[in-house]
Design a protein around this ligand. Structure first.
Ligand SMILES: Nc1ncnc2c1ncn2[C@@H]1O[C@H](COP(=O)(O)OP(=O)(O)OP(=O)(O)O)[C@@H](O)[C@H]1O
Length: 241
């Protein structure tokens, strides 16, 4: 379970995330939905212990992100869209292996897990080629495998299907669902309403750092009397520009 308690981040005078308090259940696919600049990435970066909250905190499976960041890091897998951070001279396999050793995984275990994921994501053709010449989509796949190589309980994905074609995006969606079946908790950010509607058990709509609504899509539609989720979203965000 993940509990956000007044989670807040200020960058100078800009309040990027404003006292977010809500709970995400174990095994849930939870979506953070908001427009550009809403505070989704900042929220995920705090949960990933990459930046410290200005106020408040979050508890991930009993661990306080501000007090035990190292332990939290072992529990989570991270995939942040904007930059791959892959070593271009290393092959995809070597990139993933390197990351796995940072998580103290054993050689046999790494090989088995990579083989399994290569098949699942159909990476056979490029797994042993240098990452430098990969397309954006290929790089994203390697990053995706890298983020889940150590079988984390909690996964944080910042716009995980950004720049993927339809087929690759579907593979990611299928994988997210599989992770849920395996009892993992997934939080991902998106500004694509259809993706969130298709995938999430519950959603938080965030605008200018604040929580505007939380619940299942149906609950949110009912609460705000909207014919469609899109209507409700536009109303919530539009009325508060
Ligand atoms: N390092 C930083 N320094 C200063 N301001 C920042 C920093 N990171 C984010 N911000 C600001 O915080 C606010 C929230 O940004 P954030 O990237 O979290 O939004 P987002 O919802 O992820 O948007 P996007 O969908 O465009 O990625 C924005 O106003 C942004 O300009």
């Amino acid at each position: 379970m993940i509990e956000l308690i007044e989670l807040t981040k200020d960058f100078g005078k800009v309040r990027a995330v404003d006292r977010l308090s809500f709970t995400i259940n174990k095994g849930e696919i939870f979506g953070l939905l908001g427009e550009n600049g809403a505070g989704k990435t900042t929220t995920l970066r705090m949960l990933a212990t990459m930046i410290k909250p200005s106020h408040g905190t979050a508890i991930i499976d009993g661990l306080d992100i501000t007090k035990e960041p190292e332990k939290v890091r072992r529990k989570i897998g991270i995939l942040f869209g904007s930059e791959s951070g892959l070593y271009s001279r290393l092959t995809a396999r070597e990139n993933i292996e390197y990351f796995a050793t940072l998580h103290d995984m054993k050689k046999d275990e790494i090989k088995k897990r990579i083989d399994e994921l290569v098949e699942r994501f159909q990476m056979q053709e490029f797994i042993d080629k240098p990452a430098g010449k990969f397309s954006k989509g290929m790089k994203q796949k390697v990053c995706f495998v890298r983020s889940i190589i150590h079988n984390p309980d909690v996964m944080l994905f910042d716009e995980p299907t950004n720049s993927l074609d339809v087929t690759s995006a579907k593979e990611v969606h299928d994988f997210i669902r599989l992770c849920k079946q395996e009892g993992r908790t997934i939080i991902f950010s998106s500004h694509t309403m259809s993706e969130v509607e298709k995938l999430c058990d519950r959603v938080a709509i965030i605008h200018k750092g604040s929580l505007m609504a939380i619940g299942t899509i149906d609950e949110i539609k009912q609460r705000f009397s909207g014919a469609s989720f899109e209507d409700v979203f536009i109303r919530l965000v539009g009325d508060n520009r």
